[in-house]
Ligand binder design. Structure first.
Ligand SMILES: Cc1ncc(COP(=O)(O)O)c(C=O)c1O
Length: 399
């Protein structure tokens, strides 16, 4: 056994989260794509079966009240809240991340006063996940704002009395870089602008601190580190102090103060409900609710997950450094813990083909054009021996 294999064995033996793996359906593939689609929690199929057969099949329409379907978006929002540092009553679950980016960004411009108040510019993360950029462009056109792409680190210098809203990714989807949410949020607030954070790659992987750091609005998906399943609904956070003035650009009947009043005039509901649009996607939503139960285990906490995530990514980087042929890959993910999310990104000229070979050899990561290999580390179900094996197989694949 090599030194690194021996270290992996020791690290696994002292891992406080090692037992959580048993709560997931996994095999001997090294699954490093939980930053794209989290693995299946073992009890979810049984819960979905109950929702379909009993709640839908037997109770039918009664389930909207008797099975708690109608209130699921806020109830599940309250399960996500502690994972992102939010007090209850500020998060609603539903729709896709893209749709929530739209609601949040247009809502942010409206909160800031928009062009009529001299706030006519939106700043967007220059390296953003594409959907946020496309939606920001449309939101800018609709609200009469101009749109400027700025690297997150340069946002403080780009803010002005014209800035209405700033849309940033907490962790960069390609590089795995963690941006300074507290510092940037403070600068945005000091400039009188409204912050919107995309938490897709941070929620469930590291502490976010929405309330503590004064974040105005945030969105995120639930199918990555929250393991909610393919296409699981996203969520929207509207800070408590903004709820009464949040003016959603998608005021559907589910966010009406009296949805069954069937009134021709819209009147927004109070609280997190205001972020809803139409009928919630109950099957996906209740699968997500079941998946979130893993966070109730006494041994699971965001702090424990973060500590293991950093240990796993450090160890993987060390193994890649030891095993990979010189000059074949370049680390894109920052080495500094304060700047690292829960993935390792390696630049490699033939990344697409390399990832194809890796997957065939039982190590599943993914590839982002044009030249990035991504390895996501979900601390709830990954171990150090797997990190070592992945680096070893990668090295074989590269030589
Ligand atoms: C940062 C970020 N935002 C948004 C999305 C996707 O949005 P949607 O859930 O609407 O597909 C992703 C998907 O990977 C993402 O990484």
């Amino acid at each position: 056994m090599s030194d690194l294999q021996e270290r992996a064995r020791e690290l696994d033996a002292s891992d406080q989260l090692a037992a959580v793996r048993g709560d997931f359906v996994l095999d001997d593939v090294v699954y490093l794509d939980g930053n794209s689609l989290g693995a299946l929690p073992a009890h979810v199929p049984g819960r979905v079966e109950d929702v379909v057969r009993r709640q839908w099949g037997e109770l039918r329409i009664r389930s909207w009240t008797e099975s708690g379907w109608w209130t699921a978006p806020e109830r599940i929002g309250d399960l996500i809240a502690p994972l992102v540092g939010a007090a209850a009553g500020q998060i609603v679950v539903g729709d896709s991340t893209s749709v929530n980016v739209f609601k949040a960004l247009v809502g942010a411009v409206r909160l800031a006063g928009g062009p009529s108040a001299g706030r006519d510019e939106i700043l967007v993360d220059a390296s953003t996940f594409p959907t946020d950029g496309y939606i920001a462009a449309s939101a800018a056109r609709m609200t009469g704002c101009s749109l400027r792409a700025v690297a997150p680190g340069e946002v403080p210098g780009a803010l002005s009395s014209r800035t209405a809203a700033v849309l940033l990714n907490h962790v960069d989807y390609r590089s795995g870089r963690l941006h300074d949410l507290p510092g940037l949020t403070g600068a945005i607030r000091a400039a009188g602008a409204v912050s919107v954070w995309d938490l897709c790659h941070s929620a469930g992987a590291l502490p976010v601190g929405l309330d503590e750091h004064g974040v105005d609005l945030a969105v995120g998906c639930t199918y990555k580190f929250l393991n909610g399943g393919p296409g699981a609904p996203a969520y929207l956070y509207v800070r408590g102090e903004h709820q009464a003035s949040f003016d959603s650009p998608l005021p559907g009947w589910n966010s009406h103060a009296e949805p069954f009043g069937m009134r021709p005039q819209y009147e927004a509901a109070d609280g997190a409900v205001r972020g809803r649009v139409g009928t919630p996607d109950i099957l996906s939503m209740l699968a997500l609710e079941a998946a979130l139960e893993v966070w109730r285990r006494p041994d699971v906490s965001v702090a424990a997950v973060r500590a293991k995530s950093l240990a796993l990514t450090d160890f993987f980087l060390e193994c890649v450094g030891a095993y990979a042929p010189a000059g074949r890959v370049e680390t894109v993910t920052p080495h500094a813990h304060a700047e690292r999310g829960s993935q390792v990104a390696l630049r490699c000229a033939d990344a697409g083909e390399v990832m194809g070979r890796l997957i065939a050899a039982g190590v599943v990561g993914d590839y982002r054009a044009p030249d990035v290999l991504r390895f996501g580390f979900t601390p709830l179900y990954l171990g150090f021996a797997e990190a070592e094996r992945a680096a070893r197989v990668l090295a074989d694949t590269l030589s």
